[in-house]
Design a protein around this ligand. Structure first.
Ligand SMILES: Cc1ncc(COP(=O)(O)O)c(C=O)c1O
Length: 464
C-alpha cells in the first residue's frame, strides 16, 4: 500500500532539504508556524483536511481579494490555489458578494425547494443541454458518489472503472489508485491499489483501474469486464493527482464508444474543470457527451455547491417518482442552499456577460509559456502541463500524459520550487496544480515567473 500522498511528500522526500528554500520559508512565515504548532494540539497534523498541509507547515491565510491572499504575517501572495479551484472570478468578486449579502437578508437555508435553485438549474441546462435532469449537492464528492449510485442502480451492476491517478473525492471507491505513489501492474494493465488505511479490501474487487490517455489498452480492459461494469468515471482534465493533464479527444471518443456499445454509464467528473473549460463544460471541449456529469467548485464561486445529472432516463429511473426498487438515496441538509445558489447565479451572469473566462485562460497560457522559458533558461528539464486556466509543472521529465509520468518526474525538486515560490510570495502549494482566475493579470504572472526564476537560482548547487 502506497500511503504517502503528494501533499506529504513534497519537500520531505529528500534526506537533505533544500536549505536556502526552507530557511527563507521559515523566515518569512513565523506567525503561520506559531499557529500551526498551536493547531497541532487540536487538529491532527495541524490541519482540518489533508490537502491543506504541506511540509514543513502550511501558510495560515488571513484575508483575500481578487488574485491575492494575505497571510497572518501580513505578506501578500499571488494566489494560484484559488480555493483549490472554485474562485474562477477571484476572491470577493463584487457581483458574488452583493448576491450573497442580499440572500443572507432574505433567507439562509429552509431545506425546502426554492425558485432560485430551479432557475439556476434551467440556466445551467441552457449551457449544458446534456443536463436533461439535474440534482444539486454541496461537494464534489457528493456529486460523484451520487452519479455512481445512479449508474449502479440503473444498470443493476456494481463494478466501476476509474483511471489511475484520477481523483473523484473522498468516497472509499475513489481512493483506489488515485494518490498512491506505488502503482501496481504495468502501465497498460494497472492493478488497483488502496491509497490509504481504513478502506475495505473488497474495493480491490469492485474497482477496475484503467490507463489514462491510453485508448487501446482502456478499450481492451473495459471490453473484458463489460457485462459487470456499471460505470466508467473519468476526469476530462486529470487534475490534482493526475498532473493537470487533459484527456485527448481521440482517447475520450474511444471511451465513449466502448461504454456506449456495452451499456456502461460514462460519467465525466467535471468538478474541477466544469466551467473552466467553457460554459458548455467538458463535452463542449472534448466533443464527447457522457451519460452523466458531476460538477462543483466554480459552480458556487467559492461557496459549497455541486451538481450531478445527465440523461433523463437514468436520472428518472433511479431518482424519479416512479423509480420503484431502483430508487437511490440522494439528499442532504444543505443541498441547494440559497446562499450557494445566489453565488452561482451571480457568477454565471459574469461568465455570460464578461470576458472573465478569456482573462483566466490568458493568464494560464502566459504562465505556461513563461514557465517553459524560465526552466529552459536554467537548463532544468520540466514538463509544463494544463489547459486554459489549469497549470502544472513537473521537473525532471519532458512529457506527462498520466499519473505514472508524474511519479517518474523529480517531485522533490518540483515541491522545492513551489515551496521557494511560496517563500517569495506565490501561493502555489506543493504539489497541487495551479489555477488562474479572471483577476490574474500579466503583473501577477510576472511575479510568479520571477519567484520561480529566483528559486531556481537559490537551488543551484543544492538540488540541481
Ligand atoms: C476532479 C475532482 N472531483 C471531485 C473532487 C471532490 O470535490 P470536493 O472536495 O468538493 O468533495 C475534487 C476536489 O478536489 C476534484 O478535483
Amino acid at each position: 500500500m502506497g500511503t504517502t500522498t503528494d501533499h506529504e511528500e513534497a519537500g520531505a522526500a529528500r534526506p537533505r532539504p533544500p536549505r536556502d528554500v526552507l530557511g527563507r520559508y521559515r523566515e518569512t512565515t513565523p506567525a503561520s508556524r506559531e499557529l500551526w504548532e498551536r493547531a497541532g494540539g487540536l487538529f491532527p497534523q495541524g490541519v482540518s483536511g489533508q490537502a491543506k498541509f504541506f511540509a514543513p507547515y502550511p501558510v495560515f491565510v488571513d484575508h483575500a481579494r481578487g488574485a491575492t491572499v494575505t497571510d497572518v504575517d501580513g505578506r501578500r501572495y499571488v494566489d494560484l490555489l484559488m480555493g483549490a479551484g472554485p474562485l474562477l472570478l477571484g476572491h470577493g468578486h463584487p457581483a458574488v458578494l452583493a448576491a450573497v449579502h442580499a440572500q443572507l437578508d432574505r433567507m439562509v437555508n429552509p431545506m425546502m425547494p426554492n425558485r432560485a435553485s430551479l432557475e439556476f438549474a434551467e440556466r445551467l441546462r441552457g449551457h449544458m443541454p446534456h443536463l436533461e435532469r439535474i440534482r444539486f449537492a454541496n461537494t464534489g464528492s457528493e456529486a460523484t458518489r451520487s452519479a455512481v449510485r445512479v449508474a449502479r442502480a440503473a444498470t443493476g451492476r456494481t463494478l466501476i472503472a476509474k483511471f489511475e491517478g484520477n481523483f473523484h473525492g473522498s468516497d472509499d471507491a475513489f481512493l483506489v489508485s488515485t494518490h498512491s505513489t506505488e502503482p501496481a501492474g504495468t502501465p497498460e494493465r494497472p492493478e488497483p491499489v488502496l491509497d490509504y488505511a481504513g478502506l475495505p479490501p473488497r474495493l480491490l474487487d469492485e474497482v477496475i483501474v484503467l490507463p489514462y490517455n491510453d485508448a487501446a489498452a482502456t478499450v481492451e480492459i473495459i471490453a473484458a469486464h463489460a457485462d459487470r461494469l456499471a460505470a466508467v468515471i473519468m476526469e476530462p482534465v486529470a487534475f490534482s493527482s493526475g498532473g493537470g493533464v487533459p484527456a485527448t479527444r481521440r482517447f475520450a471518443r474511444a471511451v465513449r464508444e466502448i461504454t456506449r456499445r456495452h451499456g456502461i454509464v460514462l460519467i465525466f467528473d467535471e468538478v474541477l474543470c466544469g466551467l473552466r473549460l467553457g460554459l458548455g463544460g467538458a463535452p463542449g471541449y472534448l466533443g464527447v457527451v457522457p451519460d452523466l456529469v458531476a460538477i462543483g467548485k466554480a459552480l458556487g464561486a467559492g461557496l459549497p455547491l455541486s451538481a450531478f445529472g445527465g440523461r433523463a432516463d437514468l436520472m428518472e429511473a433511479t431518482l424519479g417518482a416512479g423509480a420503484g426498487d431502483r430508487k437511490i438515496f440522494q439528499s442532504g441538509t444543505f443541498t441547494e442552499n440559497p446562499l450557494s445558489i445566489a453565488a452561482g447565479h451571480a457568477s454565471l451572469t459574469v461568465l455570460e456577460t464578461e470576458d472573465a473566462l478569456e482573462r483566466a485562460d490568458a493568464a494560464g497560457e502566459a504562465l505556461r509559456t513563461g514557465l517553459r522559458e524560465v526552466f529552459a533558461r536554467h537548463g532544468v528539464q520540466a514538463a509544463i502541463t494544463g489547459v486554459g486556466s489549469i497549470v502544472q509543472m513537473h521537473t525532471g521529465i519532458a512529457e506527462v500524459q498520466d499519473r505514472r509520468a508524474v511519479l517518474a518526474g523529480d517531485r522533490a525538486l518540483t515541491g522545492a520550487v513551489m515551496l521557494g515560490g511560496v517563500a517569495r510570495g506565490v501561493l502555489w502549494p506543493p504539489v497541487h496544480p495551479a489555477v488562474t482566475s479572471s483577476e490574474h493579470r500579466r503583473s501577477h504572472v510576472d511575479r510568479v515567473l520571477d519567484a520561480v526564476d529566483r528559486t531556481l537560482t537559490d537551488l543551484q548547487g543544492d538540488l540541481l
